[in-house]
Design a protein around this ligand. Sequence first.
Ligand code: HEC
Ligand code: HEC
Ligand code: HEC
Ligand code: HEC
Ligand code: HEC
Ligand code: HEC
Ligand code: HEC
Ligand code: HEC
Length: 476
Amino acid sequence: MRPITRSVFGACTAAVLVFAVAGCVDEKKVLQEKPLFEQPPAAAVGYLGYTDTTQDAKKTACGNCHVAHQADWQQTKHSHAWLDLQASDHAAQTCEACHTVGPNGNSGESGGWAATRDPRYVDVQCESCHGPGLDHVTAPDAGVKPLASIAADTGALGVSGCSGCHSGTHNSFVENWRSSRHGILEVHAATSTSTTGKCVNCHTGQGWLAREGVTAHYKEMNNTGANSVAITCAVCHDPHSDKYPAQTRLAVDVADTTANLCMTCHMRESEADPANTRGPHSPEGPTLLGEAGWFPPNATFQPGDLRGTHATGNMCVTCHMSTTNFTKDTLGNANVGHTFQAIPCVNASGEYVAGDCADSQRSFKACTASGCHGTEAAARSAYATAELRINTLVAEANRLIALVPASEFVAPDTNLTVGEGAKFNVQLAQKPGAVAHNPFLLESLLTTSIQALKDQYHLTSTPGIPLANELKAPAR
Ligand code: HEC
Ligand code: HEC
Ligand code: HEC
Ligand code: HEC
Ligand code: HEC
Ligand code: HEC
Ligand code: HEC
Ligand code: HEC
């Protein structure tokens, strides 16, 4: 997310249109006189590719001016896609379109490698995503900007952004992602005019990028409302930098809702607020970290004390992006972890089936692959035990809440009553996945809420429901 500044070009555009910058960065400071780019072969249709094809140079024509992007991109796997293909022992001509510069990935312009087999077009270079740049480098300030797309899966597989290459049965990133709710635009949120809700901050690609300070221009930048894009690849992935593994824009292994990629969105309305009439919204991050919920006055624990045992390592990613849960779906698409399903439904052959199903038909392999649980059966059983316990406490809390006078539930206002706080904790416990995210926090919130309801409203609880903590982390 390093915005390129005008001063970077300032020096370059003036000098470089005549002289190459290659010499400028050479330790011996030998200035080489060399054109900025060589006229590409006509058949390449405007793609420039490398200016120097010696194997490790990786000097893109674009990088002669956009030096920061060049340096960042060079660290990414895209910059050695060709070598890796050749090293794989089964390289064939049919493989090449996704490991070179050409129509795959950008606006579908033909040309590049496929048309010329000129080595300047090997690897996934700038123009794989930005399209042919001849017009732009000829007159950089003239307004012809080779803008990249942040869209994915516009329906035309083969020509749309990352989908052009990251799709197909062997690397089904697009197919996986499309089946998840990240791949679907929540039109209501995208078109909301709420200034307090800031729905687009988390529900549209453009909104999140703007919030995180990505000022770079891209094709869909000015698309708003129903024309916005969903949470696409380029939202989570930095196209230029591998600062974090797998080129994610933010880290996934930090316990911080402002710095963890997933938690920057999965953190809304996690605390009881008398002005909020809708209950928790996306409380997964704070739940995992033991920070979510209403902490009753009688609680002896503070936010953060009851961090989930699962709040370690890659956090959300450990469970939600496991590639071991199934090998393929019923259409033959491989699991590349981008369905974001922690315990996906699988059929008898172990193939992924989209939709809902009983826990017995879900794969719990992510729980064993992470090293947290010994067997799938043990994980499934731990989940069932926790679910049963939480459901019992939820039922009891709800029974008591129904006995509380309606005057205690006035919202929105500024007063948070015990009844409202307890109700919030019940809603939190009922969010999908909450039991997996932090059963210990939920149990404590519910037992203390039940006690607080009894004390505040002089109610008696059902005998036989223990209010001491029963759930324990399973033995490894
Ligand atoms: C001769 C130097 C030069 C070369 C080579 C060059 N650019 Fe640029 N590029 C510029 C300058 C200068 C600007 C800024 C123009 C402006 O702001 O109006 C720019 C702007 C851009 C922008 C728009 C940035 C924005 O936020 O509006 C993109 C995208 C871009 N270049 C991509 C490329 C790609 C891809 C290549 C290789 C095909 C390339 N450039 C090659 C000088 C260059
Ligand atoms: C022209 C084809 C092509 C396009 C377009 C393309 N990629 Fe890739 N991508 C590849 C190939 C090939 C590799 C594997 C390179 C290798 O490892 O040798 C790869 C690797 C990656 C990786 C792996 C990084 C890692 O460290 O494991 C990420 C992440 C990625 N691409 C994201 C994207 C995103 C996001 C876009 C769109 C903005 C995109 N790619 C567009 C072909 C493409
Ligand atoms: C539809 C586009 C596409 C085609 C066709 C394609 N690849 Fe790839 N290839 C990719 C993408 C995208 C990745 C990155 C996937 C990832 O990081 O998981 C990749 C990654 C690879 C890697 C992994 C590099 C590494 O070690 O990280 C190798 C090797 C490879 N491809 C070889 C091949 C071979 C051999 C063929 C032909 C039989 C082929 N590819 C055809 C898109 C393609
Ligand atoms: C995997 C696809 C991909 C590759 C490869 C890629 N870009 Fe980009 N580029 C994008 C996307 C998407 C954006 C807009 C979002 C962003 O910047 O994060 C962008 C934005 C830009 C911008 C906008 C200006 C700015 O302020 O950042 C420039 C300039 C640029 N890229 C140049 C390059 C150059 C030069 C290379 C090669 C060294 C390159 N890109 C390689 C996808 C790519
Ligand atoms: C801070 C980020 C963030 C903001 C701001 C945000 N949302 Fe969400 N929203 C999420 C996340 C993450 C989910 C998915 C997780 C979940 O359902 O717990 C979600 C889920 C939803 C859902 C699906 C819920 C369901 O139960 O199926 C709707 C509808 C929705 N949001 C609407 C809105 C509207 C309307 C606004 C603005 C008033 C808004 N969101 C603001 C992050 C946010
Ligand atoms: C919600 C965030 C998010 C979205 C959206 C997303 N990714 Fe990823 N992606 C990740 C994370 C996190 C990882 C690292 C996973 C891990 O460490 O196991 C990753 C890993 C990858 C890798 C490397 C996989 C490997 O085996 O090395 C590729 C390639 C990739 N993503 C491509 C894509 C493409 C293409 C899209 C769009 C179709 C996409 N991603 C959408 C978060 C995302
Ligand atoms: C840009 C904001 C954003 C980021 C970053 C983000 N999410 Fe989401 N996520 C959402 C929204 C919004 C939804 C719900 C969309 C809807 O229902 O319309 C969602 C839905 C989900 C779902 C439900 C999936 C389904 O298909 O039912 C899971 C699981 C999830 N996200 C996990 C993750 C993980 C893991 C990460 C980090 C790798 C992550 N999210 C990063 C915004 C985000
Ligand atoms: C210990 C493994 C684990 C961890 C860690 C984890 N989750 Fe979950 N998550 C689950 C399970 C299991 C479910 C329930 C899935 C279901 O019912 O389909 C779930 C459900 C969800 C859902 C609701 C999906 C739906 O179908 O509506 C979202 C959203 C979600 N998790 C996001 C996250 C985020 C964000 C993080 C990190 C802050 C995270 N999860 C951490 C296991 C985990």
